[in-house]
Ligand binder design. Structure first.
Ligand SMILES: [Ca+2]
Length: 273
């Protein structure tokens, strides 16, 4: 009986030594610094460790897993994206397309378009997005009986219409292209785009064309006689790309005398940052 008890104690001691040496090797735990003061033994651990008891009341300094413990503290998320527990501390990591900010916790989008990190060709526009970038080729659309000429990187103008061609004169006199980058789940409502039409004295009516993939997330409202605001009405879950078309009608004595088309492409990121 005594022999059995001795053997089990020996086994416990061996196991505790194995545990300590394994933990010490990994660095996630080690023996505390202890001192005797007035007959009391006081032990302490460095910052990032907590004192724990292992087998046979042996004290150990064990690494604190900050990622688990402080994941969602009062100051918000410990790391904006991923938290990696390390020996005596932690570090935050960001997904591809982002850099860690100087506070070590947040992620900032890399602007590939202002650097050589993009591979867009000379006839493409580089659009910076949250977590990436897009190479966009703007091409003038075709309308029945109407021809368009590209007058800038983001604009097409209608060529003069044949006499009495109603379908041509009903086609937009100009088409402009805009690109917008949003983070996933951006809170709503908020103004995300403002469209100003200058150089016309006619009264203007702004509307969103039905059927665009972004139609159910956005609405439009007048800001002043020549300006419209596009409102985000519902958060958009990313990643996704949405299309939206704004039709501006020029009115004279209640009659539509001209149309302008604004094509808006919205790039929504994968993450909410
Ligand atoms: Ca980017």
């Amino acid at each position: 009986m005594l022999r059995q008890r001795f053997l089990s104690l020996l086994l416990a001691e061996i196991l505790s030594q194995v545990f300590i040496s394994t933990a010490q090797r990994s660095g996630f735990s080690h023996q505390p610094k202890c001192m005797e003061t007035q007959g009391m033994r006081i032990c302490h651990c460095e910052a990032g460790y907590t004192i724990t008891l292992s087998g046979r009341q042996r004290k150990l300094c064990t690494d604190i897993d900050e990622c688990k413990l402080f994941h969602n503290g009062q100051g918000g998320r410990l790391c904006l994206h991923e938290c990696v527990n390390t020996v005596g501390g932690y570090r935050c990591e960001c997904p591809a397309g982002y850099n860690l900010t100087s506070d070590g916790r947040n992620c900032r989008d890399i602007d590939e378009c202002s650097t050589t990190l993009n591979n867009c060709t000379h006839d493409e526009l580089c659009i910076n997005t949250y977590g990436g970038f897009e190479c966009v080729k703007v091409e003038c659309p075709t309308f029945p009986d109407a021809n368009y000429i590209k007058t800038s990187a983001v604009r097409c103008e209608r060529s003069p219409c044949p006499v009495h061609s109603r379908s041509c004169s009903n086609a937009p006199s100009s088409i402009s292209f805009h690109h917008l980058s949003l983070v996933s789940g951006l809170s709503a409502p908020r103004v995300v785009f403002r469209l100003s039409v200058r150089g016309t004295s006619e009264s203007l009516r702004f509307s969103l064309k039905a059927g665009g993939s972004g139609r159910r997330f956005f609405s439009i409202r007048r800001f002043d006689p020549q300006t419209a605001e596009v409102m985000l009405t519902h958060p958009v879950p990313g990643p996704t790309t949405l299309g939206l078309e704004i039709v501006t009608r020029e009115l004279y004595r209640g009659q539509t005398i001209g149309r302008l088309l604004t094509k808006l492409k919205v790039f929504v990121s994968q993450y909410d940052f």
